[in-house]
Design a protein around this ligand. Sequence first.
Ligand SMILES: Nc1ncnc2c1ncn2[C@@H]1O[C@H](COP(=O)(O)OP(=O)(O)O)[C@@H](O)[C@H]1O
Ligand SMILES: [Mg+2]
Length: 312
Amino acid sequence: MKQVLQRLEANLDPAHPTGVTVLAYGEISAALLVPGLDGKVAKRMSGFADAAMAQDYCTLVDEYIATVRDAGIRVVETQVVMIERGDRPPVVYLVQPLLKDLGNQLLHSAADPDLAAAVGVVMDRVWTLHQDTPETAIDAQLSNWSFTVADDPVLLDVGTPFVRSGSGYRFDQEILLSAIPPGLRAYYRRKGDVATYMDDYFSPRLVAVDLLGNFIKEGATRRLPEGIVAANEWLESHDLEPIARAEVDETTSRMPRRSSCSSGCGDSTVRRADCCVGSTTSSCLGGCRGKALANPAVASISVGLWSDLVGG
Ligand SMILES: Nc1ncnc2c1ncn2[C@@H]1O[C@H](COP(=O)(O)OP(=O)(O)O)[C@@H](O)[C@H]1O
Ligand SMILES: [Mg+2]
């Protein structure tokens, strides 16, 4: 597998990827189908300054998966592979089996009771982890799970290990900041926005708000009312405050528009604003010909500011 990925990287132009199929653009990675890795998804993470930073990330992801599994949550088998690139910084691939029945499909096709059950089952897992290991969290939006076994979904998004320790986050925020033009990075660091963004994942209620906001981003706004009812039932049974529609709208309006690339590539296959995942500020795996200004994760944490800067 490593050889296949090494060969891929040797020939890959992130601005004009050929020889791979882009399955999806996530919050912080691009999910690729790579010839030679049949039946698998290879999620490409960039933004590492050097091999030591990439290695730390690999170790952290492995530990994170083990912790989440220890809490009883199913996580898809994930191989974490660092690929060195000569004089360029390394990238890391998270390689997983290609799963079916993803939660974003449920949003469009599930019957009402099944969608409600999915919200509850996911929030149960958020709660279990919160009780078991409060300093570890997950991004529970439905698109991050496979529901082939509806009452015991499998988590597939492990690329941002939400792990806190007394001294702060173990996930190096520089990975998220790496695609931002250098002059702006200091601004984001000062604002501490990355930490603020990550903090929300440690509050089950705010995870529920985010999960509901994802209905809008996935183009399933019409299912939001029933999603809110399901989330509120779950919240009530856990003595947590209910969520109002306005809170979901308000949170979502601070996130990027995801219908097109915010750097203006005009690529209709790019579903999300966060298409720009290259390892430098000028590369974009979404086929963008412009500058890759928007780091997905950072754009989603502070889009008010971001849209001011890049014109939306
Ligand atoms: N193992 C997988 N099987 C099928 N689709 C996947 C798999 N992993 C990721 N994807 C697709 O890629 C998207 C982004 O992957 P994800 O792990 O959520 O990355 P990110 O952390 O960047 O959000 C997912 O929402 C899903 O659509
Ligand atoms: Mg995801």
